[in-house]
Write a protein that binds this ligand. Structure first.
Ligand SMILES: *Cc1c(COP(=O)(O)O)cnc(C)c1O
Length: 405
């Protein structure tokens, strides 16, 4: 057996990588490291231990810290440490869920995660995918091939992945009118006999939830709950998504409010058997049918399984509730500050706001990096904060906004 230490457990090297994790972002180190990156593939390698400091300056030094006290701008959460460890195990084991023979435990873990979570959405099952972009495409594919829908009808504020999926599947795309906050207007939506109706639970720009009472009133209803789906784990906030259980399919991004490393998402179906049959392909070397869009893929369920075990529903609810409380606190500050304007009370932890009499560019350039993002709502520019970071220091955020006024 050839001896190749690159494939062995290198305790020192691995321990160094863990020590380095504490390194803060460092733009000088990053710029310097960037200059030393070879422009062409090196003919001769420099060894793992020599590459590590350069990698640290580049990858860690040049990263945004999503667990920072003022990190409040995007749907990307920090990740709990156990998910880092599970991601390391995944990389070491490199299981392929395409074949039961190459991923015996990993397939069981994914089945369990799906079985644990599907009932919160009134669904019977489903599978994991890398993103809600893929989950949405998978859902519309099932809608087309199970129910023969010919068009996709969605709020005109729907995520870009919805028109993209309609185009890929050769389905007509019908944008539906929305209110000032981007919520589907129920009156503007009729004639869904041939349609897949997409309802959004947690619009990307404003966090609003479409009227889920429309679920079940089309040939197929898909709920894009990429952002707000995890509210179902919170006893306090689950009722906001009432009606989701009447959908035919639901997409949820685990790398958003389930605090998972990218890429991690779920597609759930009401009738999983019919959907999976429509999405199945057999093949010469396949022991079991290949379900869905992905071929070879890794055990993305493992870090999610780990957190569901470690935190349980209660642990998830506690962190999501904390994010919702922080969003409410920030919205109350904006509402009570005469120099600021709030678009509306935040429905799912997304706060859309702006200064009243100060030019937006000048104001946002005075805000700390990572505190707010920009968005356009009904043609007008706004600032947007997202409560995805359970360890955000909301008092410090409010103080930073006061200072910029
Ligand atoms: C983020 C988001 C998506 C896309 O999810 P990814 O996992 O980033 O591909 C789709 N729809 C909505 C409403 C989203 O917020």
């Amino acid at each position: 057996m050839p001896h190749d230490p690159s494939f062995q457990i290198a305790a020192d090297g691995l321990s160094d990588t863990i020590q380095l994790l504490a390194k803060a972002c460092d733009s000088d180190a990053f710029e310097a490291a960037l200059k030393t990156v070879p422009s062409a593939l090196p003919h001769q390698g420099q060894s793992e231990s020599t590459a590590l400091p350069l990698l640290a300056d580049l990858v860690l030094g040049g990263a945004k810290q999503l667990d920072a006290a003022l990190s409040f701008a995007h749907m990307d959460p920090p990740t709990p440490w156990l998910t880092w460890a599970m991601t390391l195990w995944n990389a070491r084991l490199n299981q392929n869920l395409l074949h039961p023979a190459t991923a015996p435990a990993a397939r069981i873990v994914e089945e369990r995660v799906v079985a644990w979570l599907a009932p919160y959405f009134g669904m019977s099952g489903g599978h994991m995918v890398p993103s809600s972009t893929v989950a949405n495409l998978t859902a519309l594919w099932a809608a087309r091939d199970v129910k023969g829908v010919t068009e996709v009808a969605a709020p005109d504020t729907a995520h870009v992945s919805i028109p993209k999926a309609a185009k890929l599947l050769g389905l007509r795309y019908r944008p539906l009118p929305t209110d000032r906050e981007g919520r589907l207007l129920p009156g503007g939506a009729t004639h869904f006999e041939q349609s897949c109706l997409v309802l959004v639970a947690g619009a990307t720009s404003t966090g609003v939830i479409d009227p889920l009472s429309l679920a079940g009133k089309a040939a197929w209803t898909h709920v894009d709950a990429a952002w707000a789906g995890p509210l179902r784990l919170s006893n306090a906030h689950a009722p906001k998504l009432e009606g989701i259980e009447r959908a035919d399919s639901v997409a949820v991004s685990a790398h958003k409010w389930l605090f998972q490393p990218k890429e991690s998402a779920l597609i759930f179906f009401k009738d999983t058997q019919a959907a999976h049959e429509a999405l199945s392909f057999g093949g010469a070397y396949l022991a079991v049918p290949n379900v869905g869009l992905l071929g070879s893929h890794g055990a993305m369920a493992v870090p999610l399984f780990a957190m569901l075990l470690a935190w349980g529903q209660e642990g998830y609810a506690e962190r999501i509730d904390r994010c919702m409380a922080v969003a409410a606190q920030f919205a109350a500050f904006v509402e009570n500050e005469p120099k600021l304007e709030l678009l509306a009370a935040p429905e799912t932890g997304v706060i859309v706001w702006r200064p009243r009499h100060i030019e937006l560019d000048a104001f946002s350039s005075r805000l700390p990096n990572g505190l707010a993002s920009r968005t356009i709502v009904a043609g007008e520019p706004w600032l947007r904060c997202v409560a995805a970071n359970p360890v955000v220091d909301i008092d410090a955020v409010i103080e930073a906004v006061r200072l910029a006024l």
